[in-house]
Design a protein around this ligand. Structure first.
Ligand SMILES: Cc1cc2nc3c(=O)[nH]c(=O)nc-3n(C[C@H](O)[C@H](O)[C@H](O)COP(=O)(O)OP(=O)(O)OC[C@H]3O[C@@H](n4cnc5c(N)ncnc54)[C@H](O)[C@@H]3O)c2cc1C
Length: 506
């Protein structure tokens, strides 16, 4: 997005609309911040469409089309702009409803995400002091020219799935490269400002929504993925779900005890416990009510070490300053680094290299540089939104097929986050290790990860290494919504235009 060109053209329109949305709370910095949010939109075509609509509504003809009156929107008073937003919100025209939702969420996060008079008015104290001066524990590679790296296993994504697989495989002597699209933020970077945390640690700066804007999709995008921003609740996958996975996939490992063993191993590594689950006032009220109803109520198991549950804990989703949260950044990625793994952050993997039906590596962009990684095995653990997108971009026709038999990956909790799970391993050496986003790389069953090579040995089908999936949740709704548009080709060729409902990633 050409900021210098867009600011004078759409700034005055954003200012008028933001005044309508925020009323007296409006501050002059909001339009610029809204442009920051627009710059982070996941899809280039959405960005283009929104900017074009904003430019158009500052002309008489465009305003007539979008507002019903030939009055450029930048001329509107606060009351008129508020009336326009309300009209758009209840409009039968999808574009107008989307405009209302988009403008409102951009304006609100631009105002409340940073310190200002509104914080005082609502009694929000903001971050509690500065971030701690904690030394960094991981040392990602710095890429300052185009590179070609070679390894046994390249892992796309460093979250619950990718981080865990990296730690286990590097720990067993395999040469592992981890490519993470997000940056590396650790305790000393956690300034607990919502605007910075959303921009720096969430996928597309938390701007991802479903097509009509009534569901926001949030996921982590930083070294450690969702495990750095999540709330650490760690339930084990219930038996009825494991049975269903076995029924759907035919993979016995899910209900033979093998998967559970892996969950035990992950729980041990993440120090999952009940010692940091003291109930707050809200929980006490909930507990009383549930008990009165005779419903089951119990403590939440959490993946934490030394969590004091004090006032800092209200900022859990912006990064854990005391380092109590046992994210993959604090656990498996440290194991991976100790095992010699190379970690590259800011590495946006654009495609998986496929030759003769086999994945042979990946191509990524790191700032202005191109990085190619060749590997015996490619693990795609880029989260529930980006994994299918990457596979589709890579011409992996099977991607659409995998998703139709989607099952959530290993699940330790039932959080409400909209991440979802996928899949089963294919007979080709692409194993998607994840929680939510790909095949559960779990247990010892050979079906799951057909061809992880022994250290130094070429891969041998069926001798799977013991992988543990450190998964977090999955919800099913996403699965069915994903492919309700666009016909799924029966000839194995790639779908002409499969729109991932709810989000479009370019
Ligand atoms: C606010 C919040 C709270 C949550 N709370 C809980 C909870 O309490 N308990 C629980 O069980 N679950 C919780 N979750 C869900 C949980 O964090 C996710 O289910 C889990 O992290 C998914 O793991 P994953 O490996 O599939 O993907 P992620 O952890 O999302 O990791 C995927 C990584 O891949 C990277 N990536 C994406 N595309 C590319 C690319 N092209 N190239 C390179 N890298 C790429 C992303 O940047 C990201 O870092 C929460 C999630 C959020 C957002």
């Amino acid at each position: 997005m050409d900021r210098a060109r867009e600011t004078p053209r759409v700034g005055p329109v954003l200012a008028a609309l933001a005044r309508g949305a925020l009323g007296d709370g409006y501050v002059p910095e909001v339009p610029e911040r809204m442009l920051d949010g627009i710059a982070q939109l996941s899809s280039a075509s959405d960005r283009k469409q929104l900017l074009a609509s904003l430019r158009a509504m500052n002309t008489r003809s465009g305003a007539l089309l979008l507002t019903g009156k030939p009055v450029p929107v930048s001329w509107l008073s606060q009351t008129q702009a508020e009336a326009l937003l309300n009209k758009w919100r209840s409009s039968r025209i999808g574009l107008q409803r989307q405009l209302a939702t988009g403008v409102l969420s951009l304006a609100l996060s631009s105002l409340y995400g940073r310190p200002g008079p509104e914080w005082n008015r609502i009694g929000y104290q903001g971050p509690m002091g500065d971030a701690p001066k904690e030394p960094k524990r991981l040392s990602p590679l710095s890429i300052d020219h185009d590179e070609v790296l070679h390894c046994d296993v390249v892992i796309v994504g460093s979250g619950a799935g990718g981080g865990c697989v990296a730690g286990v495989l590097a720990g067993q002597g395999l040469d592992v490269v981890v490519l993470e699209k997000g940056g590396y933020r650790s305790e000393s970077d956690f300034n607990h400002l919502e605007a910075d945390a959303s921009r720096d640690m969430y996928l597309y700066g938390m701007t991802l929504m479903n097509t009509d804007g009534n569901v926001r999709i949030i996921a982590g995008a930083t070294l450690g993925g969702g495990t750095v921003v999540n709330y650490t609740t760690s339930f084990k996958t219930p038996d009825f779900v494991l049975d269903e996975w076995t029924r759907i996939t035919g993979i016995e490992a899910f209900s033979s005890g093998e998967f559970e063993e892996s969950l035990d191993e992950v729980s041990a590594r993440l120090n999952v416990n009940l010692d940091s689950s003291a109930a707050g006032r809200r929980d006490e009220l909930l507990e009383t009510g549930l008990k009165k109803l005779g419903w089951h109520v119990d403590l939440l198991p959490r993946a934490v070490k030394g969590c004091t549950q004090d006032e800092q804990c209200g900022y859990c989703g912006f990064g854990c300053r005391p380092g109590a949260k046992q994210s993959t950044m604090r656990t498996y990625l440290e194991d991976a680094q100790a095992g010699g793994a190379r970690i590259v952050t800011g590495a946006d993997v654009r495609s998986v290299r496929i030759a003769d039906g086999k994945a042979t590596g990946v191509d990524a962009i790191v700032g202005p540089h191109r990085v190619t990684v060749t590997a015996k095995v490619v693990v795609v653990a880029a989260g529930s939104i980006e994994t299918p997108a990457l596979l589709l971009r890579s011409g992996w026709a099977a991607a659409s097929d995998i998703t139709s038999t989607c099952i959530p990956g290993p699940r330790l909790s039932a959080s409400s986050t909209t991440t979802s799970g996928c899949g089963r391993a294919r007979s080709r050496p692409v194993t998607r290790a994840s929680s939510g986003t790909g095949t559960a790389a779990t247990g010892r069953s050979s079906k799951l990860s057909p061809s992880i090579p022994e250290p130094g040995q070429p891969s041998s089908r069926g001798k799977a290494r013991r992988l543990t999936g450190s998964g977090w949740s999955g919800t099913r709704t996403i699965r069915s919504a994903r492919f309700s548009r666009g016909t799924r080709p029966t000839d194995g060729s790639r779908s002409p235009k499969t729109e991932v409902l709810g989000s479009r990633t370019s």
